[in-house]
Design a protein around this ligand. Structure first.
Ligand code: PLP
Length: 230
């Protein structure tokens, strides 16, 4: 089933790219495998997927040694400062940096381990109280501060859009994030790149791609519904 789901998701990504006049290579699919067993990840791996998204440090650490070495890991969930040390040298990208204190912790750990860490700044575009992320208005100033820290590199922006029945309702959210990234890119800040726009999940990734997403984070659409009671 996972293989078929992946084929469907890739087809949808291609169609969304075609509608937007974009190339499918511009969009990276992140298979969000949180709560799923390694057997499910391996099925996706066999189908050709290499990029997996997890939202818990513990889960990345558990699964990391069990997957082939060319597996790429993305931390997409809220990250506590005291857990940074367990993942900085394991993940390609941390999508969820929303404070200077967290960025400082990542930078310090990266210096200690002599590695470079790529991050995205998480923006709470919809300003939902239940969500992490910095406001649109505060994003530029945070980025300017992170830019000065050693061994941490902002590569773009991420947002988690609200859960909606009709994905069209999130189109404005995605276009606001795109505009913000274009505005920040124009500032030409040293050590800041705005190449990545991580937005869109199972319910709305096609709309997100139409609005400029370069990374979509799809879980349910690949692995099926999650069971949090196991
Ligand atoms: C769980 C999760 C996803 C995937 O959600 P689906 O609706 O299952 O596709 C994407 N992004 C983040 C940050 C998540 O925590």
């Amino acid at each position: 089933m996972i293989k078929e789901n992946l084929a469907e998701v890739h087809k949808n990504i291609e169609a969304a790219c075609a509608r937007a006049g974009r190339r499918p290579e511009e969009v990276t699919l992140i298979s969000v495998s949180k709560t799923k067993p390694v057997s499910a990840l391996l099925e996706a791996y066999e189908a050709g997927e290499r990029v997996f998204g997890e939202n818990k440090v513990q889960e990345i650490n558990d699964k990391y040694p069990q997957m082939p070495p060319d597996t790429h890991w993305h931390m997409i969930g809220h990250l506590q400062r005291n857990k940074v040390k367990y993942i900085v040298d394991k993940v390609d990208l941390i999508h969820s940096v929303d404070s200077l204190r967290l960025a400082q912790a990542i930078s310090e750990e990266a210096v200690k381990k002599a590695c470079d860490v790529n991050i995205l700044v998480e923006v709470n575009v919809a300003e939902e109280e239940s969500k992490f992320g910095i406001t649109v208005d505060n994003t530029l100033s945070l980025i300017k501060e992170i830019a000065l820290l050693p061994r941490i590199h902002v590569q773009g922006l991420m947002t988690i859009a609200p859960y909606v029945e009709d994905p069209e309702e999130n189109r404005t959210i995605f276009s606001i994030l795109k505009k913000l990234s274009v505005d920040i890119a124009k500032q030409n800040i040293d050590n800041i790149c705005m190449g990545i726009l991580s937005m869109g999940m199972t319910g709305d990734y096609e709309v997100a791609i139409e609005e400029g997403a370069t990374m979509v984070r799809v879980g349910t659409g690949i692995f099926g519904a999650r069971d949090y009671n196991v």
